[in-house]
Design a protein around this ligand. Structure first.
Ligand SMILES: [Zn+2]
Length: 273
């Protein structure tokens, strides 16, 4: 199936789910929904088949929507604390995350500051100070100076973790953490699996991440997180240029949470994470 047909098919199912959700349930959002962004740029490639890019004006409109509709934006640390202590999430609780460490994430800061929204940026450490499209170590320190941004590890080299040797896992999971901690002079306690869906990691990798001292790890498996959620396999909702405010609202209401079933059925990685 072509990417366009896949998107149309996905949105058609999303429309049906949304229709029934808003007519059979009270449309309040329970649990904690973690939004996953990548690049925030107006210069997206036309194909952008991995849905990695959200134009800045659309991102600003999405943040305004969250603010105006009284969503509670909490940090990943706060979310982790709630899961660890089995507290409760207020309705309409959302966490903002950004993967890979794109340079254009610097533009995000002023939008976050406007609304006082916290966010986590998961950095692929070997990308730093390399290509101009990615953040530099100086940028990371600058972002860290803002109390709104938390830096997490997205491994050393963005490799598929499943099947790696222990020594390679040490580099990807432990060394990346140490390099970031030296850079920002703060503990790094959050991790995001590259590619992140079913098949990208397994129980051995989850245990490795936990034993490395991380408090939580984020997948790319679709869905909302209830209090019983394993905090080393936190679900996320992918947001991209396709998420007009209508689509964004559907994402927040869980119209695409069924997508995790598709992800589970896929024997190959369905998308880049
Ligand atoms: Zn990634």
């Amino acid at each position: 199936m072509s990417m366009d047909k896949k998107i149309i098919f996905k949105q058609a199912i999303g429309d049906c789910v949304h229709y029934f959700k808003t007519r059979t349930n009270s449309p309040t959002e329970k649990g904690c929904r973690v939004l996953m962004y990548h690049s925030i740029s107006d210069d997206f490639l036309l194909e952008d088949s991995y849905q990695m890019t959200t134009p800045l004006p659309l991102f600003e409109a999405q943040m305004a929507f969250l603010y105006e509709n009284n969503y509670h934006i909490i940090s990943s640390d706060h979310m982790t604390d709630v899961l660890m202590k089995k507290k409760t999430f207020l309705d309409k609780t959302v966490v903002l995350t950004f993967d890979d460490g794109f340079k254009d994430n610097l533009k995000v800061l002023q939008v976050l500051e406007k609304y006082c929204f916290p966010a986590t940026i998961f950095v692929t450490v070997s990308y730093l100070d390399q290509e101009p499209v990615y953040l530099s170590s100086k940028d990371i320190k600058f972002l860290c100076d803002s109390k709104l941004v938390t830096i997490g590890s997205h491994t050393l080299s963005h490799r598929l973790l499943k099947g790696l040797s222990d020594s390679d896992l040490e580099k990807e999971i432990i060394l990346s953490k140490k390099i970031l901690e030296n850079m920002i002079s703060k503990p790094v306690t959050l991790f995001a699996y590259p590619f992140g869906a079913y098949g990208a990691y397994d129980k051995r990798i989850v245990r490795f991440v936990e034993q490395a001292g991380y408090k939580a790890a984020f997948s790319t498996i679709a869905g909302v997180n209830e209090l019983h959620q394993d905090r080393y396999q936190i679900k996320r909702t992918r947001i991209s240029r396709l998420d007009t405010l209508t689509e964004f609202q559907k994402e927040l209401l869980g119209a695409y949470d069924w997508y995790k079933l598709w992800q589970r059925m896929s024997t190959i990685l369905p998308s880049r994470g």
